[in-house]
Write a protein that binds this ligand. Sequence first.
Ligand code: PMP
Length: 307
Amino acid sequence: MPNPSYAFFNDKIIPYSEAKVGVLTHALNYGTACFGGIRGYWNEEEKQLFVFRPLDHFQRFIESTRLLCMELPFTKEALVKILTDLIQKEGYKGDVYVRPLAFYGDEVIGVRLHNLTPILAIVTVPFGRYIEKEEGAHVTVSSWTRIDDNVIPARGKISGGYVNSAFAKTDALRSGFDEAILLNQDGHVSEGSAENIFIFRKGKFITPPVTDNILEGITRNTIITLLHDELGMDVVERSIDRTEIYLADEAFMVATGAQIVAMIKIDHRPIGTGMMGEITRKVRDLYFNVVRGRVQKYRQWCYPIYT
Ligand code: PMP
C-alpha cells in the first residue's frame, strides 16, 4: 500500500511524511487513542466519490474520544469538511479508506487519561478488500475472550482495545482460518476481530445486542435497516450461543472494512449448505449498490466529495 501524500495533523493538512510523533508519545506507550474507519466508494457512471455515512462515523468517533476523556475541538460536521478537503487534495478516483485518529500526543511518563492533550490526525488511502474470502470465509471461535465494558469498552474504537482483536486475528490466520469470532466472558458471541455478526436460523435474523461487548457498527445498523425495509425481515437483537452459529442456515459478518463477508464454515463445520446463503447474497448485492450511490432511497447516506 503506497503512503498517502497528505495528512490532516493537529490543525491543518500537511505532507504525510511530516505527520510524525516521538517515541515517548503517550498513546504509543499506553494505547490512549481512538480511531475510526470510513469507506469512500467511487461511482464510475457519475465520476463521483461517495463517502458512506460520514456523519454517523464521526458521531461514534467523537463518542470514543469522550470515553477517553478527550476534548476535541471539532464537530462531526467540521470533521466531514476536513475529510472532504483531504480527499480532494489527494484527488482519488477510486475506492478509499479514511482513518481518523485521536491520540494523546504528550511525551510524558505516567498512565492516565487526564491532564493530557489530544491530537487529531486523518489520513485517506486507496483501499480494496479487507478480507480476501468475502464470498466464503472459514471462521473460528477464538480462545481469546472479548474485552468487557468494564475492562476496555468495546463500544469505543479504542486503540489499546484492539490488541484483543489482534491476538484473536493472528491466531485464527496462523491456524488457517479467515477470521476469528470472540466470545464474551459469559460465553456468548460478541463479534469478529473487526466485524459485527448476523446469523439466520429458523426463519429469523439474530445479531448480538449492543450490551454484549460489541462495537456499535454503522454497517450493522445499515444491514438491520436494509433487511427490514427492503427484504421485509426483522432482526432480533439478543445474545447468541456459539452453537447457534454451528446450526445457522446462513451467517455473515459486516463492517466498513470487511463489508459483507459470508461465513460458510465455522471450526470445520459447514454453515447451512456450506456456500453463501441466498439472503446473504441478496443483502450483499443490495449493500454494494447502496454504498456506491446507486439506490436513490439511500442517497442521503452517500456523501459526494467532488463538486
Ligand atoms: N466490530 C469491530 C471490533 C470493528 O473494529 C468494526 C469495524 N469498525 C466493526 C465491528 C464494524 O463497525 P462498522 O460497521 O462501523 O465499520
